[in-house]
Design a protein around this ligand. Structure first.
Ligand code: ADP
Length: 624
């Protein structure tokens, strides 16, 4: 069943396969066929389902990749936070420790050179050993009286930092923390402050400043970007230098003024970073868009944040989602490829199955046809065998009938042949009787011998006639051509003599053929009989019989000197019942039977008129 006609296809396939077969049919049609409305709707539905599946698949893959990126980013962020927290924790208790140092107290209370010098050296050694960038001591009014950088140009000594929030916190008796840009150093620093008490009275503030630039540098080449924002959302630590001192969210103008006053981030107004939230992804963070410079292309990031409440900060990680797209494209391609292979396999399976079904169908059909045809052929063969048998039987009957008819025609000659010796026998026996009465025994014996010879001759005539009339057994034997011709001629001995027919038979006595002797004899008898009859009207009568070898068989030719066969009837002489003889003289069976006999012997019979005018018959017999 061809696929080009899916309507018909569905008829012979199981219900479960029909949709598939329909789809394949549509694919294979290639626009060769016009789509029916049902097929068109089916195709549209398929397209919609496929598109929806593709979109859903793409989204699912994107979220999966974003979640994976989220997990990785959160791990890195946690590491960064613990790193940062660790760096800060190292210095957290240092101010408190320093505040209880006697040098510090002495310096605050006495403010004399030796105490101040000793404090400067002490603070310098603390800064050196702890790695802090600066350690300094302020009096109650915020004036720096001793500092680890006492001997440097940028020495804080003499500066008043009462405007700094870390001082303002500490002066209330609390430990302070603050991030700001150093006024002198212009370095971003984190400040830990602690009040110095003397006999329960607050006398000053000790400050430890650390430089965070090192941490920033250490994390700047990790692929992701980290930012640390203060509680106003202002970036003060960033792996991207141009993001620092910019806010990631809108800040009220009042607040902005306050920040400017505290000179936390130099003396410039805080700018806004172009940071746009696109989509919240829950635990995986959120998708954001960030433009580095005005006019440049926005970059998509996955944004995650962890608050550091002790420091009053929020630490953010920004991971580029570009890799997500390539991952999704790769996975989608792989999935698509896989799907394609599955589709291909399904199609192959379906096509194969369909072919198998069709093949099975046609094979069964073919088998049925072959079986039917075989039965028909068997019947035909049977019928032919029967027909052949009937034909053979009829042929045999015909041959037999023709023989008997021939015998009938020959009966006059036969009776003469038999009468003659019979009369002679009677005469001889009467003579013998008389001679015996006269006691002439010797002469009587001579007569009896004559009688015996004559009966022998009669017996031979009768045996020939019996042989001729006998039905052929179909047995083949080696037959001498010479003897066979002689035997046939001997049956016409009387006619030959009475009609004065000359017989010229020159046959090699060695020449023989394996055939049915009776049938060959009958053909020869027929031909000789016809020749004698044909020559009745002519004066010079002669039969010439020759034989020789042709190819692997034997050729016997019989020619007469009769009138020959007219050209217009020569084609018909082998037809049954064709005769030119008067009614009662010929049946028109002799030659047609001879023709069939020759055929049944595997040979043939042909006739022509010889140049002299008479008929010339040729018999060909294969030599088995
Ligand atoms: P029938 O002898 O009974 O007529 P045949 O089949 O033997 O039947 O011969 C058919 C016809 O062929 C004859 O009637 C005769 O016209 C022609 N025919 C056969 N043999 C000869 C021959 N030797 N010479 C001329 N005509 C012949």
């Amino acid at each position: 069943m061809p696929l080009g006609n899916p309507g018909a296809v569905t008829e012979i396939y199981p219900k479960s396969d029909r949709l598939l077969v329909q789809v394949i049919s549509i694919i294979r049609m290639n626009g060769r066929l016009r789509f029916s409305p049902t097929r068109l709707i089916l195709l549209l539905v398929l397209c919609i389902i496929l598109s929806a599946g593709l979109i859903a698949g793409y989204r699912a893959l994107t979220y999966q990749a974003l979640n994976e990126l989220g997990v990785e980013s959160r791990n890195r962020l946690t590491l960064f936070v613990s790193n940062l927290g660790g760096a800060l924790a190292k210095y957290e208790h240092l101010p408190k420790l320093i505040s209880s140092n006697p040098y510090v107290l002495d310096a605050l209370l006495q403010r004399h050179s030796p105490q101040l010098d000793a404090t400067n050296l002490y603070l310098e050694s603390v800064a050196d050993s702890s790695g802090a960038s600066d350690v300094y001591l302020m009096d109650k009014a915020g004036l720096t009286i001793a500092a680890s950088n006492w001997n440097l140009d940028r020495s804080f000594i003499g500066n008043n930092y009462s405007f700094r929030p870390y001082y303002q916190t500490a002066i209330t008796g609390e430990a302070g923390r603050y991030f700001a840009l150093g006024i002198q150093s212009q370095q971003r620093g984190y400040y830990f402050s602690y009040p110095v008490h003397s006999e329960n009275k607050l006398v000053g503030v000790i400050v430890v400043k650390i430089n965070l630039a090192n941490i920033e540098a250490a994390w700047s080449d990790r692929g992701d970007d980290f930012i640390v924002t203060d509680d106003n959302g202002i970036v003060f630590l960033s792996t991207q230098a141009d993001w620092t001192y910019k806010s990631i969210r809108k800040i009220e103008s009042e607040k902005l003024e306050q920040i400017l006053l505290s000179r936390q981030y130099r003396d410039q107004p805080v700018q806004r970073l172009d940071f746009i939230d696109i989509e919240d992804l829950g635990d995986a963070g959120s998708r954001v868009k960030l433009t580095h410079k005005p006019g440049s292309k926005a970059i998509n990031y996955l944004h995650l944040k962890i608050p550091m409440p002790d420091a009053g900060w929020t630490v953010h990680i920004l991971s580029k989602t570009k890799s997500v797209r390539s991952t999704v494209v790769l996975r989608a391609s792989l999935a698509g490829f896989g799907l394609l292979i599955v589709l291909l396999l399904v199609t192959l399976y379906a096509v194969n199955r369909q072919r198998r079904l069709a093949l099975q169908g046609s094979t069964e059909l073919l088998e049925q046809r072959v079986q039917r045809r075989t039965r028909e052929l068997e019947n035909e063969v049977e019928e032919r065998k029967k027909a052949e048998q009937t034909l053979r039987d009829t042929q045999a009957e015909l041959i037999q009938a023709a023989k008997l008819a021939g015998l009938g025609q020959m009966s006059a000659g036969i009776s003469h042949e038999l009468n003659q010796p019979l009369t002679a026998i009677r005469n001889y026996s009467e003579n013998a009787q008389r001679l015996l009465e006269r006691k002439q025994v010797e002469a009587a014996v001579g007569n009896l011998e004559e009688i015996s010879e004559l009966t022998g001759r009669m017996a031979s005539i009768i045996s020939q006639l019996r042989g001729f009339s006998r039905k052929s057994s179909g047995d083949h034997s080696r037959v001498s051509i010479d003897q066979s011709v002689d035997q046939a001629l001997s049956m016409f001995k009387r006619e030959i003599e009475s009609s004065e027919v000359g017989v010229l038979a020159r046959i090699d006595p060695e020449l023989s053929v394996t055939t049915d002797p009776l049938l060959l004899n009958q053909v020869l008898v027929n031909l000789i009989s016809n020749a004698i009859q044909a020559m009745a009207s002519v004066k010079a009568r002669q039969i010439e019989i020759n034989a020789g070898i042709r190819n692997s068989g034997i050729v016997i030719s019989i020619s007469d000197t009769g009138p020959g066969i007219p050209a217009n009837v020569i084609e018909n002489v082998f037809d049954p019942f064709f005769t030119t003889k008067e009614v009662g003289l010929g049946l028109g069976l002799g030659l047609s039977i001879s023709y069939r006999i020759m055929e049944s012997l595997g040979g043939k019979i042909e006739v022509t008129n010889s140049t002299a005018g008479g008929a010339h018959f040729e018999l060909y017999l294969p030599n088995e």
